[in-house]
Write a protein that binds this ligand. Structure first.
Ligand SMILES: NC(=O)c1ccc[n+]([C@@H]2O[C@H](COP(=O)([O-])OP(=O)(O)OC[C@H]3O[C@@H](n4cnc5c(N)ncnc54)[C@H](O)[C@@H]3O)[C@@H](O)[C@H]2O)c1
Length: 267
């Protein structure tokens, strides 16, 4: 179903690696709704991922950018405006990576060089992207910037490890930069806190299958799938949500408000 809610809008989508990526589903959905987009990912992901295939589907180009590299980001934002023919209406940050998680380090035995990298890739990159957009004055009035996050920012999920702190920082950047962007040109900045979703980054977390099932049973509606997250993003990029800003918005089938679900005991 398409309502052309994003007709004439121009966007940048970070983080589509393969068909499972949440950003992949969002890219397809926003194009269906009439948006014109540029895709971007880290140079290494361009070699190993399938983003060129997505570019063909979305009839667009991929501009490589390591989200921790300011020159890459400056080039990306400049070239995107050239390619799309004007300022940017929406940006999706869908980036996460932790070496400590990947290498299965316990939370009580973390490598701090890796932690710095985790925070830079998964959280500070969001500030970097917004700072480049700000300095190039690249956002249109009433534009919308979104990042994806997880409830481990507020509650303890031990296996989520240092990604919990990354997500807390990410959500804080949305609030702080949301103030500046709101004041200057009514651009909104929000985070969507998504249910566990089976993707490359998601499945890398120890015990992912268990907490996917746990969340699925705890949520009255079950886990929200990536496709539904894409629908939600469309509304937040559209003109129908212009005064929603500086929020962390749960998209989780009700999980975040549950105390206990009898379904968990019955099974
Ligand atoms: N999968 C889940 O269960 C879940 C739940 C809530 C939130 N999220 C969040 O959704 C977002 C997308 O993750 P996903 O689950 O779709 O997994 P994914 O592995 O498909 O996406 C992660 C992306 O980050 C990119 N990336 C890593 N390092 C980068 C860098 N230096 N520069 C630019 N890009 C870089 C990867 O190439 C990849 O495309 C992440 O922020 C993740 O934390 C995921």
């Amino acid at each position: 179903m398409t309502n052309q809610l994003l007709k004439g809008k121009k966007g940048i989508i970070f983080g589509a690696l393969d068909e499972k990526s949440i950003a992949w589903k969002i890219a397809e959905r926003v194009v269906e709704e009439g948006a014109q987009i540029v895709l971007t990912n880290a140079p290494v992901a361009l070699r190993f991922g399938k983003i060129q295939k997505l570019a063909e589907i979305c009839k667009t180009e991929v501009i490589p950018a390591d989200a921790t590299n300011m020159e890459d980001l400056e080039n990306l934002i400049t070239k995107s405006q050239e390619l799309l023919g004007g300022k940017i209406d929406f940006v999706l940050h869908s980036i996460g990576m932790s070496l400590n998680v990947r290498k299965k380090r316990d939370y009580t035995d973390l490598n701090y060089d890796w932690m710095h990298k985790t925070l830079d890739i998964s959280a500070i990159s969001f500030h970097r992207v917004m700072q480049v957009l700000w300095k190039q004055d690249a956002m249109t009035e009433w534009g919308s910037i979104l990042a994806l996050t997880y409830i481990a920012a507020q509650r303890t999920f031990p296996d989520y490890n240092e990604m919990a702190e990354s997500k807390s920082l990410l959500e804080s950047f949305a609030r702080s930069f949301g103030y500046h962007f709101g004041e200057r040109n009514k651009v909104r900045v929000n985070t969507i806190s998504q249910s566990p979703t089976i993707t490359t980054a998601g499945s890398g977390v120890k015990g992912f299958d268990e907490f996917f099932d746990y969340a699925d049973k705890m949520s009255p509606m079950g886990n929200a799938p990536g496709e539904a997250c894409a629908d939600y993003c469309v509304t937040l990029f559209s003109d129908l949500t212009r005064y929603v800003t500086m929020q962390n918005l749960f998209h989780d089938g009700g999980f975040s408000m549950m105390g206990m679900n009898p379904k968990l005991i019955e099974s």
